[in-house]
Each structure stands twice: as structure tokens, then as C-alpha cells.
Design a protein around this ligand. Structure first.
Ligand code: HSE
Length: 434
């Protein structure tokens, strides 16, 4: 049985940031005064946002208003500080630090903050005995953080990989299913509220990189190391590649992965081909998906909403519930003072399969030159597709490679680009591991 204090305590919640997630959280807590997973009660007491007068679909007059999130964090009327401002630096960071320095629990959805400053914030939190919780920062309402922080603690995680950006997945799905151009679909993702305030964060792969950096730290018990993440977004994915990939039996997805090899960890975000029947290809629209591979638990797959008001606000509520029950765990698996920054894995030690698209001149010997360049680089072809000649004697050629060292694939790309018969820079897209 829980202690009486936990059962009866009224927790005063201060919410900084009243955008999609903050607004959703406040509305939920107001409309559900019975939200009391631990028997206590969560009551929003104070709020803070950029504009007090902006029209909202809930009444803020019943809360104390703060212009400065730091004052909200420090207020005696705030027991739990919920930071939903966003941004890796600036007011969000200062306010979170102010709360933690006073030993106040912090709940945040701020992936940039945790990915870029997670280690120092974890030290501050643990030094002051304050929980720092961020379930909503990764995969919205799908509990990836709890799964790694709590459920996988009994095993050793080998890799985590999946789809962590709903905007990009929505764009890729729409491009494929309705043969639409990239720019056209991006506007729609923004209108639906999936995209970040600055959509470059989504389409450039940075949002997914923040999230996989956090998952890597939780999975491997290390300091988040965003600076070492290798990031490529979806801006260069063309409808042509989506069509050609489909002809070869694949879909294109923006994948985020983190894996361990020796004492090194590789954290990467890039477009990748997955066979059409693969769960990643079957993850459509703004949905997110994640594979977790462990030593004793060989493979877990979770899939669910990665964005949006309801799911993300629900994830914040789950963290509030953890604070209310008094659950205490290190922020990233190990005590913050023991967290080490992982070494990146050298590309020379990585292998994989790739898709290569070439535009070649339609003349005798062009194909021979291509296959010779691949042979010289030590890259063997798995499948091959040549499309009919386009305007001005140009022929699109697509091939997939067998598993080979990534350095050899890069060498092949350099050799192919230098061929007089190859008219455009070769397009390389990796193939996701099964
Ligand atoms: N912009 C993010 C996405 C929102 O599209 O997944 C959730 O972090």
C-alpha cells in the first residue's frame, strides 16, 4: 500500500509553454480533476507562455500567469515544473535548471534540450534529488523512454532503430501513395500539427537525431552525444527514387538507429530502403516505430503515435504520475556522475547494403563501365533495373548491392561519379537491416 502522504497529496503543476502539447496537457488536467494514479491529485496552478492574449480553446484566467518561466519554476506554488517551451537553449534550459536546482521534479517534452544538455541536467537533477522525466520527448505517446529506462534494464541492449519523425514519415507515405511532390506534402504536415515550428528540424533529420541520441543514452547507459550523430534528412529523396524503390520491392523511410560495437556507439539518421512487407515500410503516416534488440530479449517492436496533442500530453501525464508515486531512477540508466561520452564507431568497421541510382549516357559500353567501377571497388550487385531511355539518350539505372563495407560503397560512388558515361551524381540510399 502507498503511504498516506502519497495518497492524499495535492501536486501543484506549473506548465511553461502552451502550444500543442502544453495546451493539451492543461486541458486534460482541468477536464480530469480525478487524474490521480497514485491516489494524490494533480492540479495546474500556474502557466507561462509567449503570449498571454493569444486565443486559446481553454481559459487561462483560473491559473496564475507568469511572464518568466524561471519564476514559474521557482514559485512555491509549483511542485512539478512541466517544460513545454522547446529549444535546446534559452528560456527552456534556464527554467529547467532553476527547478532542478531547487530539487523540484521536472517533466519535459524537449528532445533538443535532453539530447544536447542531458548529461549536465542529469547531474544537476541527481545532485538535488529531483526527478527529470521526458517520456514525451521521444515517440510522443508511445512509451519508448520507459521501455528502455525501466523494462530493458534487466537486459543488455544491442541496438535500437526505427522511425522517430512523424512529419517525415507522413511526407514519404503521401509522396508514395499519391505520387505527390515533397514541398506540397510538407505544407500539409505543418497544417496537421506534426511538424516542428521550424520544419528544417524535421526534414533535415535533426528532430529524429535528437530522439535517437536520447534513446541511445537510455539503452546503453551513456551520456547523450548529439554532436557525434550522423544526420541526413529527407530533402533529397525524390519521387523517382520512391517509384524505383517500389519496383525493386522496397519503400523509403527516414530511419534513426543506434548500435553498440565494442566500446563504440554509432548514432545515425538517414533515409533507408525497407522491404515492402517489413514493419518499417508498413509504418505509415505520422506513426512512429521502434525495434529494440537485446541479448536475452532478442527483439521488441513498438509502434504508435509520435506526435500530436493527445498522445504527447498523455506521455507528460505518465511522467507526472511517476513523480506522484515517488518513483526514483537515474535519468539515463546509470548515476549521472558515472555517465561517459561514447566513442563513435569508425565507418571503416560498418557494413551494409545500398541502393544506387545512376543516370547514364545511352551508349555501348556504359553498363560495362558501371559494373567495372563496382568490381574495382569490391562491391557486388544484388539486383539491377534499367529503365527505358529518357530524353536526350539518358538512361536511369538502379542497382542494389550485397552487404559490403561502407567504405567500399563510398569508393564505388566516387568511381562511378568520375565515369564520363555517368551524367549526374550517383544517388546512394542505404538499405535498412532486416
Ligand atoms: N515534429 C515531430 C515529428 C513532433 O514530426 O515527429 C514530435 O516530436
Amino acid at each position: 500500500m502507498l503511504p498516506d502522504l502519497v495518497m492524499s497529496k495535492v501536486w501543484k503543476i506549473g506548465v511553461a509553454g502552451l502550444g500543442t502539447v502544453g495546451g493539451g496537457l492543461v486541458k486534460y488536467l482541468v477536464e480530469h480533476p480525478g487524474f490521480a494514479p497514485a491516489g494524490g491529485k494533480a492540479v495546474v496552478t500556474g502557466v507561462c507562455a509567449r503570449s498571454r492574449s493569444r486565443p486559446r480553446d481553454f481559459d487561462i484566467a483560473t491559473f496564475d500567469w507568469y511572464d518568466d518561466p524561471v519564476l514559474l519554476a521557482q514559485s512555491p506554488q509549483t511542485d512539478i515544473f512541466v517544460e513545454l517551451i522547446g529549444g535546446s537553449d534559452g528560456p527552456a534550459k534556464v527554467a529547467v535548471e532553476a527547478a532542478l536546482a531547487l530539487g523540484k521534479p521536472v517533466v519535459t517534452a524537449n528532445k533538443a534540450l535532453i539530447a544536447e544538455h542531458g548529461a549536465e541536467l542529469a547531474r544537476l537533477a541527481e545532485a538535488h534529488g529531483a526527478p527529470l522525466l521526458f517520456e514525451a520527448a521521444v515517440m510522443g505517446g508511445t512509451p519508448a523512454v520507459k521501455m528502455l529506462r525501466e523494462a530493458m534494464v534487466g537486459d543488455e541492449v544491442i541496438s535500437v532503430a526505427g522511425i522517430l519523425n512523424g512529419t517525415c514519415n507522413y511526407i514519404l507515405t503521401e509522396m508514395e501513395s499519391h505520387e505527390r511532390a515533397f514541398a506540397d506534402v510538407l505544407g500539409e504536415a505543418q497544417a496537421k500539427g506534426y511538424a516542428e515550428a521550424d520544419p528544417t528540424m524535421d526534414i533535415g533529420g535533426f528532430d529524429a537525431a535528437h530522439k535517437i541520441t536520447i534513446l541511445a543514452a537510455l539503452a546503453f547507459g551513456c551520456a547523450p552525444n548529439y554532436a557525434a550523430a550522423e544526420i541526413e534528412g529527407v530533402e533529397r529523396v525524390e519521387l523517382l527514387d520512391i517509384r524505383l524503390a517500389r519496383e525493386l520491392g522496397y519503400r523509403i523511410r527516414l530511419t534513426a538507429s543506434a548500435e553498440k560495437a565494442g566500446d563504440g556507439i554509432s548514432v545515425r539518421v538517414h533515409p533507408a530502403l525497407a522491404p515492402i512487407a517489413h514493419p518499417l515500410s508498413q509504418t505509415v503516416g505520422a506513426t512512429n516505430a521502434l525495434f529494440i534488440k537485446g541479448v536475452r530479449i532478442p527483439r521488441i517492436f513498438i509502434q504508435g503515435p509520435g506526435a500530436g496533442e493527445g498522445p504527447t500530453a498523455a506521455a507528460c501525464c505518465a511522467d507526472i504520475a511517476d513523480v506522484m508515486t515517488g518513483a526514483v531512477r537515474p535519468v539515463f540508466q546509470k548515476p549521472a556522475t558515472q555517465l561517459k561520452t561514447p566513442k563513435p564507431i569508425d565507418a571503416a568497421h560498418r557494413t551494409g547494403q545500398a541502393y544506387l541510382r545512376l543516370m547514364v549516357r545511352d551508349e555501348a559500353g556504359a553498363l560495362a563501365a558501371v559494373t567495372e567501377a563496382l568490381a574495382e571497388a569490391g562491391v557486388s550487385i544484388d539486383s539491377f533495373l534499367q529503365k527505358p531511355v529518357e530524353d536526350e539518350g539518358r538512361v536511369p539505372i538502379v542497382l542494389t548491392t550485397h552487404e559490403v563495407a561502407e567504405t567500399k560503397i563510398m569508393d564505388a560512388v566516387t568511381r562511378l561519379a568520375a565515369l564520363p558515361q555517368v551524367l549526374e551524381s550517383p544517388r546512394l540510399i542505404r538499405i535498412a537491416r532486416a
